[in-house]
Design a protein around this ligand. Sequence first.
Ligand SMILES: [Zn+2]
Length: 413
Amino acid sequence: MLDPKRTVADLKELRALTGDENGAQRVAFTETWVQARQWLQGKVQTIPRVETHRDEAGNFWATLRGESEKALLMGGHIDSVPNGGWLDGCLNTMAAVEILRRFSAQYRGKPPVTVRVVDWTDEEGARFGKSLFGSSACSGNLDMNEARGLTDKTGIKLPDALKEYGIDFERVKDSRKELRNAAAYLELHIEQGPVLLDLDLPLGTVLGTFGVERHAITFRGQAAHSGSTPMNRRKDAFLAAAKMSAEIYRIAERSGNGVCTIGSCTTKPGIVTSVVEECRITLDQRHLDAVALEKMYREARAASEQFAQEGKIEVSWERLWQIQPILFDEQLIALADEAIAETGAPPHRLPSGPLHDAAEVAHAGVPTIMMFVQSLHGISHNKIEDTREEHLEMAVTAFDKLADKAMRWIVGR
Ligand SMILES: [Zn+2]
């Protein structure tokens, strides 16, 4: 039967094997990652009637064939960032492995539907700077031209690095066939933010992942001597940019749950004795609702034009990146709420700021849901990442209940 303490023990074993005093070191396409994968393979092989294989994108699959070909998928990623936390990604994988053990034991190796655990390749993108590699290859969403040109900091190209690990870059999208019978995808993850912590809740149901609008905004005024130019004669590009800084807080507040960040600011000529001629800022805006995201973007644009006009300067916008919000399946959201409530915790729904493999699977059209467990300190991608052990055990229990409900949901469809 389900043993949530075994998941915690597995995670500690993995930490001892692949971490050091600076944290987890399971960066994808490194020896430590291979070691972690071999360890995972060893764990899964002890479960009766489970078959394993690696797909064309290097994703690791453990499959327990059921009465029906329709498959319940549970996923995670054993790779980490350098000096990463002990739970990000591998909690998902190891909770899913525990639930696979439970399904195998309960149904003597033949559950009503096929149950599969997937460990995605290179979720973090730590070595090549591009996250969600394995899941985006599988969903068909990976931009092959962009990925072909990616290099790590020593100049090694992604396709060459993949070859070393037995992966043929040109065939990674053949992994799409793995989703053929996928009827639902479930993912448990540490929250990586402070929302559940601040509400004092152990678990949350994830509504979807934020859409993103990312732009560079350039204000152009006129350089002028800082001593000889009266204040009322200046065309100060920095002044308009500075007004944007306060304005984005008002825009985010009006939007409900959106967030806006000015992450960089560069000035020209950038010397102490000149009014700023040119100021370039970047603006990152995120919201779960596509209409609200569009409104945040338009408001920021209008504000920048107003500030430019007030300062008698010019402004131009350049889009750096954009992604639509991805909403998870409404019926699975309701089942996740039920599973959390039955574990004795109040259900709570929240969006995800970071992207996850689950977003790729949802994008491929598979009904998808995520569950979050509280993150102490609200911090991730850091060796101090942590979750209380009783919350980890609750998370495995609630996730198992969700898996059971999702299986019955698949059977009933
Ligand atoms: Zn993760």
